[in-house]
Design a protein around this ligand. Sequence first.
Ligand code: KG4
Ligand code: ZN
Length: 434
Amino acid sequence: MGGRGLILGIESSCDETAAAVVERGQRTLSSVVASQIKTHARYGGVVPELASREHLRAIVQVVRAALAEADVALGDLDAIAVTAGPGLAGALLVGITYAKALAFAQGLPLIAVNHLEGHIHAVLLQSLPECLPQSLPDGRSSFEGKVEREDSRPSRNDKDAARVGHPLSFPNEEALALVVSGGHTHIYLAQPVKGSWSYRLMGRTVDDAAGEAFDKVAKLLGFGYPGGPWIDALSRYGNPRAVPFAFAQIKVKAHLTGKIARTKAAKTSPIANLDPRFMFSFSGIKTAVLRYVELHGLRDEARARAAQLFAQGVDARPPQSKEEALALCPQNVIDLVASFQCAVVGDLMKKSFAAAESLGARRILVTGGVAANRELRERFSAEAARRRVRVAFPTLALSTDNAAMIAAAAWPRFLAGEFAEDSLSADPSLALGR
Ligand code: KG4
Ligand code: ZN
């Protein structure tokens, strides 16, 4: 055992094989992510069998690279943390099996982490030193050493936040957390409890996740995979009011009482137990885009673009200027994309701020792959400033899947001595919170 509070995190729930070393849940010494995007791009989505195979190929090298980058040996570690779910069963199993073997061989405790809790900790990872726990589970005194922020460069968000108080100046204050990614769109109330966190599910999607909608709309329009970055880049040059997309209020019908949400993500509280004001549905807007495409005869043009980008292979990347955007597609498609993004961001904002207000939460954490979206960051920051609440996002690198967030989420569990059983297995629909 090292005694420096070093946790090796391992993440393999979807299409990124990741490993990271984080000190005391605060200081990221390394974060290595091997993306499988190139493997899945040609299919326009993640192929589970290919994901498992790619994880198997990458995991040893990724863990070695994370240890080397952190300048840490296996003997310096205090624990190993691994994502136990939710995610793809075969993909999760690769990380879990490897983490178990490593923990057993090194005599280290193994900590099971919920992927969604990991995303929330991607934001908390940047919190200030005053939230550091003071003692280890075995009674040893607090660690020594300099505390550094994961990224101390002032960002645009830091400047925005400065006007309303830094969002993480009160790291142990309860927060409303919006986890918005390719597999999840969940609203939680995160509350600090005795040095750890507890989570209450407030709302979720009843069908597609927001990131899934970005990916499906991008595929429909012939853009690359994953679709979020393409739609984000194109939207800058479009008119967000060109197509009036609308979200209807979700109605919880009597026959759904007691049923879980119809999504491939975590199974959680029955839909009927959640407040319909904080529920999401993104399958309708996806169908609306499809209808628009058919009505305006955009199908062939989208197919031609998909073929052209496919031919470019790994060189295909989202446009960086208006000229590049117009070379890729006509203005009406750019306007369609901008209108779609504007509507999705507006819906995410409306429900998150309504939930925060109803709970009296004074800070909001927005995390997950879609939290990388530029319009989302700008509009959430502006609305938070207007309402005088604080909002925080992870750095761009920590918005999408990574293992630093897994190692950070494991730290309070390490302090509490909450270790995984030998029988730990993958739970593809692992729920977070009550
Ligand atoms: O968190 P993540 O890496 O994996 C999951 O846990 O799902 O999120 C991936 C998702 C994809 O759907 C991707 O299209 C979306 O995040 N995404 C974005 C952006 N960057 C990634 N969506 C909108 N705007 C972006 N800039
Ligand atoms: Zn994720």
